[in-house]
Design a protein around this ligand. Structure first.
Ligand SMILES: Cc1ncc(COP(=O)(O)O)c(C=O)c1O
Length: 432
């Protein structure tokens, strides 16, 4: 027999990056490797894990579901696990969100939101209102539509021809303010670019998509809440739908269940994924308001939302999501989150004075250090050095170029988190 196929690893250069590490099992915050190492997963395995690896409650819920129903087509059918999830999300989602559309991951949740926004106006005989606005430094996924609303980056560069045009406006990146202002004295002038655009072209614009309060892959950029509030107000004024991409920020990451809760903002559409199943199975969900859904309820069959994926509403993923939400309901998850946030604040505060640290940012359980680098950006030469240094010390951190961030599962213990920071300090002192 010929040898096995080669696994093509994501975001990995086969010749330049180290060989992938084989993980045999994982538990809590630790990955156990085939070569006998124990690695602490402080990026929650690409930001998905909430309650620890191999969480027994989620594992048991999935196992139980496999014995009842693994999957059924969701067009024309429904099932108990999906309905239970709709009920559980009701408790946490903004009151104005009335409908839930399933998909497969964060990117597809974004595709669904964009398509719903465009068809919303089309169904109301306003097809001219179809343009899309997105933020500088935004990241919304790797499928074609999600890539189009994401800002230009090394990720999108080869695919310029596949990206549809969108209006790009400033985000609130205070450390590198696009207007050269400082947060202490500014009045969120960065939002004026969006304001001008909506005044000029509001009648053609369908939607504005944002990562609320935290732009993740763009460099863990934390926005002032006022920025999001002003975006919301402008969208309302110009009858433009606001999409909150909470794929990263959802499920407690920012200290509240959703980032929008922190800013007291209600979007028209909301994208969820990553933490929704506690990190066990892939699932995307797009929530929308009654106002949005009502445009699809006419007598005209052409007003149907013709979109769906084979595994839409998968019963095992729904069971995992239900178990994860039950953990939110009856374990002190928000106390764990508060403990992480406190340690982040304390340790970032101590590192702020280091000359190698340009900026520190934090929102809830997410902390970031933007290190001073001549080649700042995702392809910074610092990145591979830092990544290797951390791994040699048993810590999984995947810097975004010169930005080191810590985004742990909520079950990390204080002494474990402190150790991660000790390794970061050692890396900065050794490598920079
Ligand atoms: C804000 C945001 N939106 C969308 C996505 C895409 O999610 P997925 O990788 O599950 O397709 C990501 C992934 O990192 C994200 O951070």
């Amino acid at each position: 027999m010929s040898s096995a196929l080669h696994i093509w690893h994501p975001f990995t250069h086969a010749a330049l990056d180290p060989a992938p590490i084989r993980v045999q099992r994982a538990e809590g915050v630790y990955l156990y490797t085939a070569d006998g190492r124990k690695i602490i997963d402080t990026i929650s395995s690409w930001w998905v894990n909430l309650h620890g690896h191999a969480n027994p409650r989620i594992a048991a819920a999935i196992a139980e579901q496999t014995r009842k129903l693994e999957h059924v087509i969701l067009a024309g059918f429904s099932h108990e696990a999906a309905e239970e999830l709709a009920e559980r999300l009701r408790k946490w989602a903004p009151e104005e969100m009335t409908h839930l559309f399933f998909s497969d991951d964060g990117s597809t949740a974004v595709e669904v939101a964009l398509k719903l926004a465009v068809q919303y106006f089309k169904n109301q005989s306003r097809p001219e209102k179809r343009e899309i606005v997105a933020l500088a430094r935004g990241y919304h996924g790797d499928t074609a539509g999600a890539m189009s609303v994401s800002d230009e980056s090394p990720f999108t560069q080869p695919f310029q021809s596949m990206r549809f045009p969108v209006h790009r406006v400033h985000s609130a990146y205070c450390y590198r303010c696009p207007l050269g202002l400082t947060r202490e004295s500014c009045h969120i002038e960065c939002v004026q670019q969006l304001e001008g655009l909506l005044e000029d072209r509001g009648s053609q614009i369908a939607t504005v998509i944002v990562e609320p309060l935290l732009q993740g892959a763009g460099g863990m950029i934390v926005h002032p809440v006022e920025f999001l509030q002003k975006v919301r107000a402008l969208c309302t004024k110009h009858d433009v739908l606001l999409i909150a991409d909470e794929v990263l920020t959802g499920f407690g990451r920012t200290g509240k269940m959703f980032a929008c809760d922190l800013a007291n903002v209600t979007p028209d559409l909301m994208c969820l994924s990553k933490g929704i199943t506690g990190g066990f199975l892939a699932m995307g969900v797009t929530l929308c308001s009654d106002r949005v859904e009502s445009a699809f309820r006419s007598e005209d069959r052409r007003h149907t939302f013709y979109h769906g994926h084979s595994y839409t509403g998968n019963a095992l993923a729904c069971a995992a999501a239900n178990a994860s939400l039950r953990i939110f309901e009856d374990e002190p998850v928000f106390d764990r989150i508060a403990t992480i946030a406190k340690i982040h604040a304390e340790r970032l505060g101590q590192m702020r004075g280091m000359h190698q640290v340009g900026d520190t940012r934090q929102i809830g359980t997410v902390a970031a250090l933007e290190l001073v680098a001549e080649d700042a950006g995702y392809l910074s030469s610092l990145r591979p050095k830092l990544y290797g240094f951390f791994l040699e010390r048993g810590v999984l951190l995947r810097p975004l170029g010169n930005v080191v961030y810590v985004l742990p599962p909520y079950v990390i213990e204080p002494d474990e988190l402190h150790r991660v920071y000790d390794v970061i300090v050692e890396a900065i002192e050794t490598l920079l």
